[in-house]
Every structure is written in C-alpha cells, then in structure tokens.
Design a protein around this ligand. Structure first.
Ligand SMILES: [Zn+2]
Length: 487
C-alpha cells in the first residue's frame, strides 16, 4: 500500500538553516549527525532535554547517548567535555561550522521514548535532537534515512523541494514525534473541513471503516466544545500495542491495539483514550496553565494545575464519547463512579491535595505516590462537580464548556499565554455568576467532597458503594440539567 508523507504543506521561510540533522538507522541505535552553522563563540553547550512535554517525568534521555564526537568541516576532531547530566560543551576552535555525531540507544517501545526494531522506528524528538543551550527558538531541518520499504509519518512540515523536514523552532520539533516502518494508513476523514489521519504500526484486526466513522464523531464532539479547529491537519500516530499516549499540537502518539475493539467494554476504553489524547490539543496544549510554556527542558515544568489539564481531559473523554452517541448515561455514571471509588479508597486523600499531587508528580510518578491522590481520579470528579454547579447556578444556561471556550479565547488566542489559578477561577466564577470557594478548596485542600450536593444538581445520588444513580423524583431543573449534561 502506498503511504504518505502525511504532510505536504510548504511554507516559505527566510531564515537560514543553522541546525541540520541527519538521522540514520542502525538497530538498536539511531545514528545522529548534526551540522551546526553560524557559530560565533569558541565554545558551544549542546543540550538534550531531560523530559518531553506531556509526560511529566524525568526521562534522562542523555543517558541513552553513546559515541559522542565533534569535528570541524575539514574532519579535525574538536575537544568536548560533558557538562551537567544533559550537556556537552564543544570547543569550536574558531570554526563557524561544526559537525557532531552521536548514537541514541532506542530500545523502549513507549510513547515518550525512542525505539527501533527491524520493522519499525519511533522517535520521541526531545530524546533525539540536541539544541544549543538557550537557543530553542532556532529553526531546524532534518533528514531521516529510513530503511527500504519503510514509510514515515509525522506532523512536521516537509522542506520545499527537498527530501527532509523542518521545524520553525525546537519547541515544535520536540512536539512532533516521528513514526516509521511498515505502516498502515486508515481512511482519512475531515472535521470542519480539516483532514485527520490515522497511521498505525501493527494495528490488529478490526472493522476499520466503522472505527474511523466513530473516531470522526468523537473528534467532532471535541471540536464542538470549543467551536474552532486550530490546526491545518491532525494525525493519530498509533505506535503499536502497549500503554500510554502523548498529546501534541496537531498529533497524538498512542499505543493502540485494534483487536481490543471487539468487545463493547474494550471499545469504550479505546474510544475514551482516543478522545482524551485528542482533547488535549485544546486542554493543555493550547488552554494551559502558565507554567506549561515556555518549557524548562533542563528541569521539567512544574504546575499545581494538572487536575485541570489532565483531570478535566479525563472528564471530557466521557462527555465527548457520549455526545458522539457511542455510550449511554450509565457508561458515564460508571466511569465517574470508578474515579470516585479510586479516590475514596486512597488513604492519601486525607494528606495530599490534588494540586499538591500535580506539583509532586515529578517525584511521585505519573499516577501519584502509592496510596496517594491521583489527578486522573480526583480531577474529573471536580470537573463534573464544577460543570454541574455552573449549570445549577445558571438555570442550565451555562456549563463547563463555556469555561473552556472562554479560556481558549482569552488566554490562548488573545493573550497568547497560559493562565494562573486565580485567572482560571475568575473565569469560572464569572460564568457561574457566584463564588466557587468550596470547589477550589476541593482542589487545594483535603476537604471531603460533598457528592450529594453536586451530583444532586443533576438529580443523581451516590450509593454507599459509590455508584451514581438517578433519584426517583427529580425536579424540572434537575431533569433539564441531566438531559443536557449527558446529551
Ligand atoms: Zn492526558
């Protein structure tokens, strides 16, 4: 089957390429060559990020770098020394152009790591490409020399008239994973007139046409929340069976096994997961806490607001798949019950706020410390409570969707930056028309959650076993809220 290149949009740029990468394949290593030009100092510090945005854990990519060397364009070796765990200081000897070479060991099949085998390759760019310290905003070009018979998928732009790709800066490069190998391209689809692609390695057996039809509805449900598609193309990169996903501005890297779509339960799990990664291109990539950009590639970027960026994205999974017509209200009750039960079963809920769990995730691990609070559980529950509170206070005229839209307009589009917690709260309270003190206490303290009150706004109650179920005699507003909430 003929595949791609996915992206063939040509944008002109007047900047001269200063950083040019050539990557070739030598399993289990990627061999990397950097031709760096326009150098004006007699020493240059090259840095490899310690993490990749979207996965809030130290990855120590520099540990996978082997056989580092530097030379001038005449082939004379240049001295270098290791500076910091992720830095290499190269002494340029007054050369304005130098060449680096190194190998990156790539053995972990994971969305935040580099991987290479005889039939596929995956590049998590933050772990592959070094930048000059302090020069993230530099344009970069790259050529990937893949094996014969391999296809390649990425959201990077292709260089006009050339075989390679470019990124306007290293932030974009680090946001653009590359999948290659014997790939399969599922039928593409449009939402809002914009093409969406799904490219997979080892996708498994399933009804592709039905799957793409469903995925289109899920994407549409996500777009309908904000009302605008902010990219010119979007690609799901399915890297093969495994676990995990990472969101990007116009792509998502996902572990995927289509065989899981054979059961209803498996289908809901996969659809929720895809909805989650997709919705992140709004919530965290564009609608974001102020700490998450510009990124600190040397230390990680810590924020107390992952209960919004991750937690609300979990909540929107449920809403999007429901609004796509692929689940029932009972499925949403069940999903929220699972979150509530997980949260209530953790002794750490009485010691650690979800805001603290967000800040401490770098030390505690992606799902929180053992017995501690996870923003993947408490976050969506607060999201649901906030949504129902806004609906209750506004006679069901406004909702959390209005909050997300307002954040997108005010902070992403107009201010071009992230929001502080105070700004987030102001937007919520303005839309609700009331103070929301208690909900923000739920985020920042260990105060017990009043499920009865908040889920009661939709005419729901919580059983002793944390099951959500409708009450027998709801009033008119409760009926209206429930109907519109899970439309
Ligand atoms: Zn997420």
């Amino acid at each position: 089957m003929k595949i791609l290149l996915i992206v063939a949009l040509f944008l002109s740029s007047t900047a001269t390429a200063q950083m040019h990468y050539t990557v070739s394949v030598d399993t289990p290593y990627y061999h990397v060559q950097l031709n760096a030009g326009g150098i004006a100092t007699d020493s240059v510090l090259f840095k490899m990020p310690v993490w990749t945005p979207g996965y809030y854990q130290l990855m120590n990519y520099a540990e996978q770098v082997y056989h580092f060397s530097a030379r001038d364009t005449a082939g004379n070796t240049l001295p270098f020394e290791k500076r910091a765990p992720n830095g290499w200081m190269v002494y340029t000897g007054k050369n304005t152009s130098i060449i680096l070479e190194y190998d990156v060991k790539s053995t972990r099949p994971f969305v935040a790591a580099n991987f290479l085998s005889k039939d596929r390759g995956y590049i998590s760019p933050a772990g592959m490409f070094m930048h000059i310290s302090g020069q993230i905003k530099q344009r970069v070009t790259l050529v990937i020399k893949r094996l014969p018979g391999w296809n390649l998928a990425t959201s990077l732009y292709q260089e006009k008239g050339k075989e390679g790709f470019y990124a306007v800066d290293f932030d974009i490069l680090y946001d653009s994973p590359i999948l290659m190998g014997k790939l399969e391209e599922l039928p593409d689809f449009k939402v809002g007139g914009i093409p969406h692609y799904f490219v997979a390695y080892n996708a498994g057996e399933f009804d592709q046409l039905q799957f793409i039809k469903d995925l289109q509805k899920i994407v549409q449900a996500g777009v309908d929340v904000i009302g605008e598609v902010p990219y010119t193309h979007y690609t799901f990169l399915a890297i093969g069976p495994g676990g995990g996903g990472i969101e990007h501005l116009n792509s998502a890297s996902i572990s995927f096994n289509g065989a899981g779509l054979q059961t209803r339960e498996g289908k809901i799990r996969i659809y929720n997961f895809l909805a989650h990664e997709y919705f992140h291109h709004y919530n965290v990539k564009r609608i974001r806490p102020i700490e998450l950009g510009p990124f600190d590639y040397d230390n990680g970027s810590k924020t107390r607001l992952l209960w919004i960026s991750e937690g609300f994205t979990v909540y929107y999974e449920y809403l999007m798949v429901k609004r796509a017509g692929l689940t029932t209200p009972e499925d949403v009750y069940k999903a929220l019950s699972t979150n509530i039960r997980a949260y209530e079963s953790k002794p750490g809920r009485l010691e650690q706020s979800v805001a603290a769990a967000s800040y401490e995730t770098w030390a505690d691990g992606p799902f929180g410390r053992s017995g501690g609070v996870s923003y993947y559980d408490k976050g969506p529950v607060i999201g649901a409570m906030l949504d129902l509170k806004i609906r209750h206070e506004t006679n069901n005229k406004r909702s959390l969707d209005d909050v997300m839209r307002a954040l997108y307009q005010q902070y992403y589009k107009q201010a071009g930056r992230g929001f502080t917690e105070a700004e987030f709260r102001t937007v919520c309270e303005k839309i609700a028309g009331v103070e929301l003190t208690e909900l923000f206490e739920y985020a920042n303290t260990v105060k017990p959650l009043d499920y009865r009150k908040y889920f009661g706004y939709a005419g729901l109650e919580l059983t002793a076993d944390f099951e959500l179920k409708p009450i027998t005699q709801p009033n008119a507003l409760q009926i209206a809220i429930l109907k519109d909430w899970l439309r």
